[in-house]
Design a protein around this ligand. Sequence first.
Ligand code: HEM
Length: 405
Amino acid sequence: MIEGHKEIDAPAGVPVWDVDPYDSAILAGPTDYYAELRSKGPFAYIPRYSVLACGRYDETKEVFSDWERFVSSRGVGLQDFSLEEPWRPPSIVLEKDPPDHTRARAVIERALSTRAVRQLGESFRQDAESLIDGLLEKGVFEAVEDLAETYPTTVFPNAVGLQEGDRRRLVDYGSMVFNALGPDNEIRRDAMARGPDVVPWIMEQCQRERLKPEGFGAMIYAAAETGEITEEEAGLLVRSLLSAGVDTTVTVLGSAIWCLANNPDQFERLKADPKMALWAFEEILRYTSPVHSFCRTANLDTEVSGIKIAEGTKILCVLGSANLDEDHYPKADRFDIDRRPSDHLALGVGIHGCVGQNVARAEADAVLTAIANKVGSIELAGEPVWRPNNSVHTLDRLPVIFRGK
Ligand code: HEM
């Protein structure tokens, strides 16, 4: 065993690569690592963790979406749940395969339906506008704390129906969930140390009696009333929303400001046509891949692109690299909101594709549209600092200046 999964040999034809994908410097600035990974071929064997890594678009998509051969129920991080017990009861949607996954997914999809999310649009827009007005008044501000963390931790707990939205604990729980998918390194240990304070609080917020009668949470509990799921499962689905819905949107909003500040021509394009906000969002997702890597486990002996893969193999699917694959996206290293990359892998693909994407789009649309309508220019006011995280490529600090129109 190694990092909670079966140790494997390098399959024939796969280069051995002595790299640590969880090294802090790589996590903070992964572009060169992504390029080298793609140059190795369809897969590289990384002995340090005994995993196969894939970072070309085609293979990453194949492995990530083929749930019959590459399962999620054995964990989407390095640990194999069939061999080792995870730190928390597994998610009944992200960490399950059909038919269990199908049942839970139907409930959560209904709660987060296009209609339910559309109803939140107006309040999302109002919150975004007053946030941007406040930041324009400040002029110079810290975009991670004052914008990227503030917005989702204001609108999302409300949409779920939480009584209280404790920003620090919500962000820290996301950090635990995503860092836990990596190896037992310092980054993971630091995040997990917050558990005693954060986990009981999160679990309490997921209880039926704590949730407001309107909101995604109550809609999920409605399915427990009809017997579609149990009350305990409803609590775990609300937990899924809090696990997956905060850090990801915080990350993408920080990255959005980073992209626009670094590409003033693209910001001009967005200002000229604020209806491009949603396409800008897709390009921000492709270009920055908030979720940089997730794993799958081969559930049988199989083959991909002529490479034999043994049962039990952990495959590190490097979404961040696949989204920058030149063979799929010409001039992939250019941020271009006219690219309209509707097939990027940043929100996953196939049966596990992000079930919260309507919510993420609604939040991003509200914020980007408010910025396009109100902000004249965005400038960096200092060096951006990236925060190493075992699964999420996220900013730690981003000092910027907003000037009005
Ligand atoms: C831009 C923000 C977001 C990004 C980049 C993102 C990314 C992803 C990715 C890559 C997956 C696929 C995981 C896999 O296949 O193993 C996923 C699944 C999921 N996402 Fe998101 N997500 C975002 C926002 C959200 C939000 C706002 C919510 C909740 C409202 C959410 C809830 C979920 C859930 C519950 C799953 C599991 C779905 C399943 O397994 O069927 N996500 N997300």
